[in-house]
Design a protein around this ligand. Structure first.
Ligand code: MG
Length: 253
């Protein structure tokens, strides 16, 4: 099932999508949502980020070839960092390129969306707390990440976490393709079977550190091929079985 958030006029709501039809729901994904009975053409609404997380937990160097291109190797245990909730934007929103950076990179990633409060969840039980999966772009001001020696500024600008276009609840994330294109040209292409730490292990690891709340998101890491963006570029993250998240890079001032 595809779960999405949308805007239609002044209304913001959630719903399920089937083909080109949208069925709005009352309430949220997390409290027994009920269909309103409406049936709306999907192209009559504006899609929003499918969730508004309290936090975005991201994983660094989780694909071997990306770890190598960053001049390292896959760490012994997951390397995690946080992106502020204010980094989240939706499909079609502009990614603001901040004037303080000279090098902003794309990082296409599979994102896990948490559906239930998760604290100290074992890997084998992780399925119980996962609502589904979506596409993400862990946009990074690489020069500032390197200059600062830590990730908060380089990964934390407003708009640096596009999510969407929706949450796929039936995806088996074991071996799907993850691709990132810039202006139609493939820059990153890998399969989730190449992840050093898969979703179950990540949820166990993260939930032993911090409680995950419904709507929180874990970015599972990016494949090799990260590279620079320019204002005006169209970035697409496509994940097999989910869909394509597309955003244009805009002047962030
Ligand atoms: Mg990343």
């Amino acid at each position: 099932m595809r779960l999405l958030r949308f805007r239609q006029g002044d209304r913001i709501a959630v719903g399920t999508a089937d083909g080109d039809r949208l069925r709005p729901l009352r309430g949220t994904f997390f409290e027994n949502p009920l269909p309103t009975g409406e049936d709306v053409p999907l192209d009559k609404v504006r899609l929003l980020a499918p969730v508004l997380p309290s936090k975005v937990v991201a994983v660094g160097k989780n694909y071997m070839e990306h770890a190598v291109e960053m001049g390292g190797e896959v760490p012994e245990e997951p390397l995690i960092f946080l992106k502020p909730s204010t980094t989240v934007i939706g499909p079609g929103d502009g990614i603001p390129y901040p004037s303080v950076s000279r090098r902003v990179d794309h990082e296409g990633e599979l994102a896990i969306v948490i559906g239930r409060v998760a604290r100290r969840v074992r890997a084998e039980d992780a399925g119980r707390v996962i609502l589904g999966y979506t596409c993400a772009n862990d946009v990074t001001a690489r020069d500032l990440q390197r200059k600062d020696g830590q990730f908060t500024r380089g990964k934390g600008f407003d708009g640096f976490c596009p999510l969407g276009p929706w949450i796929e609840t039936e995806l088996d994330p074991a071996d799907v393709s993850v691709e990132c294109r810039v202006n139609g040209e493939t820059r990153q292409a890998a399969r989730t079977s190449q992840l050093a730490f898969g979703p179950g292990v990540l949820i166990e690891f993260v939930s032993r550190v911090m409680t995950l709340l419904p709507g929180d998101v874990i970015l599972t890491g990016t494949p090799a091929g990260v590279g620079p963006l320019s204002i005006g570029d169209l970035v697409e993250v496509e994940i097999e079985g989910i869909g394509t998240l597309a955003n244009e890079v805009v002047d962030g001032g």
